[in-house]
Design a protein around this ligand. Structure first.
Ligand code: ADP
Length: 158
């Protein structure tokens, strides 16, 4: 049976760290579904459409990666699309504490769900979307932290 994992996140924007986790996920799973979380009450820097477009461009030549959006709880998405594996990346002990709580709560809500964590490679452990948004806000060049295949200037924030 095909092994599938959902890789959820806000991806505002998608970074080299995210790209690495998704690609490394493909060594464990046959297919990865990158799921961009959408929260109508939370303002993002890039619109949902831009975030989806960026990730779809990154993986345009990777048929084993699908990109979707969702609103609400990740476990509800898992039920809806019948996927029981959630892939997440771990950078720091702070990530671990956060992910432990989320992972345990997800399992309590949906027993079949298993969270799978990949440790970030050292060169990506300080890359995060918040810093990239800050660089963009101040007209800096964040390209070294973004997937090679995208030119962020083509994806203007709203
Ligand atoms: P969220 O808003 O749900 O935390 P993010 O978009 O920030 O989502 O991140 C999605 C997932 O990618 C999380 O598991 C996060 O730990 C992981 N991640 C974020 N940045 C990196 C990075 N530089 N290297 C590896 N994993 C990362």
């Amino acid at each position: 049976m095909e092994k599938v994992a959902v890789f959820p996140g806000s991806f505002d924007p998608f970074t080299v760290g995210h790209e690495s986790i998704a690609l490394r996920g493909l060594t464990i799973f046959d297919k990865i579904i990158v799921a961009v979380g959408f929260n109508a009450n939370k303002k993002s820097y890039f619109s949902l459409e831009q975030r989806l477009a960026i990730i779809r461009k990154v993986f345009e030549n990777e048929p084993r990666i699908e990109v979707i959006s969702y609103e609400g709880l990740t476990v509800e998405l898992c039920k809806k699309i019948k996927v029981n594996n959630i892939l997440r990346g771990l950078r720091t002990s702070a990530d671990f504490e956060f992910e432990r709580a989320v992972g345990q709560v997800n399992k309590a809500m949906l027993h079949e769900v298993e969270s799978v964590f990949l440790l970030t490679t050292p060169e990506h452990s300080s890359v995060n979307s918040t810093v990239i948004r800050d660089i963009l806000l101040h007209n800096g060049d964040p390209s070294q932290f973004l997937p090679r295949s995208i030119n962020i200037k083509e994806f203007l924030p709203r």
